[in-house]
Ligand binder design. Structure first.
Ligand SMILES: [Zn+2]
Length: 337
């Protein structure tokens, strides 16, 4: 059975110690890549398990645990946007939907009203609560306002601000912290992913994101990309051509973090994502200003919503690269590495 990660043990134990008195709705929140999915799935399993361990949660062997692992526990519902559903569960026309629509919440009505099949609790897990569209959020709110007995809602989100305030106010909010660096490195070593300090930095200290990066073959291109970021001399049109095989979302992520580090340096802060590129970052930050960096970063952020369906990937990338290089060219200072 999936277990909460080591740095969430304290919160886990606190919740397990009051399993019988849990509120009807819990909202787990924390940054990407810290283990919210582990925690929420383990919590759901421990609530449904018929022989739960007092500290470890679900037993992994009972009928309920078996059903859950096979994806057919009758007292469990997981609400996902169509795009995140296993393909056989979503109607073909709806598979691209990024939002949870009202139908998904309406479909819950019978589920929450009926008695549970196993005379225990029923659990509704919403792993991306910020993806509820307005109508779905309002429908869910109605249910949370008059909570049906014996149902526990587990909502998960990255940013509390993106969940309707009225929904937030009806949930017990639990903040899941990021691990200390030592804890993250120890966990990575356990996953046979030692030696990835640089990736841990790039992931902002988030170990699950680090593991994802470490298994991504795109990573082999990172040094070349950082080389150009460090000394953006080569023509952006040519660079965009060279990088045309790399996922645009990855380049967006890498450039966004690079700009963030430059901005931090330019206002006297510390590097977060690329500490081993300190020299290049210091050099660049010293020759531009925070306002220009902020503008470049804002423009890049605005393009984020277009990443899933860009009209012209190469053109968008060229645009970013020209804006980035322009940070130094405007000042007519020759760029040196
Ligand atoms: Zn069990």
């Amino acid at each position: 059975m999936v277990q909460p990660l080591p740095w969430h043990q304290t919160i886990w134990q606190q919740l397990q110690s009051r399993r019988q008195q849990l509120p009807h709705a819990i909202l787990l929140h924390g940054m990407t890549g810290i283990g919210k999915a582990h925690f929420s799935e383990a919590l759901a399993a421990s609530l449904l398990c018929e022989a739960p361990h007092s500290t470890n949660g679900a037993c992994g062997h009972c009928q309920a645990c078996n059903w859950l692992s096979q994806g057919n526990h009758p007292d469990f519902r997981r609400i996902l946007p169509p795009a995140d559903m296993p393909s056989e569960d979503a109607e073909p026309a709806k598979r691209s939907g990024l939002w949870i629509g009202i139908e998904a919440i309406r479909d819950l009505t019978d589920f929450v009203q009926l008695t549970s099949h196993r005379s225990g609790v029923k659990v509704v897990l919403i792993p991306s609560a910020e993806k509820l569209n307005q109508a779905a959020a309002n429908a869910l709110l109605k249910t949370l306002e008059e909570p049906p007995a014996g149902v526990i809602f587990i909502l998960v989100c990255q940013q509390l601000g993106r969940v309707l305030p009225t929904i937030r106010s009806r949930c017990q909010k639990i903040s899941l912290p990021a691990p200390a660096r030592g804890e993250a490195l120890a966990w990575l070593a356990d996953q046979r992913l030692s030696g990835h300090e640089m990736l841990l930095d790039l992931s902002g200290g988030m170990p699950l994101l680090t593991a994802q990066y470490a298994n991504d073959e795109v990573l082999a291109s990172l040094p070349t990309v950082l080389e150009w970021f460090s000394a953006p001399r080569k023509d952006p049109v040519q660079v965009a051509q060279d990088w045309s095989k790399l996922p645009l979302s990855t380049l967006h992520d890498w450039l966004g973090k690079w700009l963030y580090d430059l901005l931090r340096l330019s206002v006297g802060g510390q590097i977060k994502y690329y500490p081993d590129k300190s020299d290049a970052l210091q050099n660049l930050a010293g020759r531009t200003d925070s306002v220009a960096l902020m503008e470049c970063m804002t423009a890049l952020q605005q393009d984020k919503r277009l990443l899933s369906h860009p009209l012209n990937q190469k053109l968008m990338l060229e645009n970013w690269l020209f804006s980035y290089r322009g940070l130094w060219q405007k000042r007519a200072v020759p760029v040196s590495s």
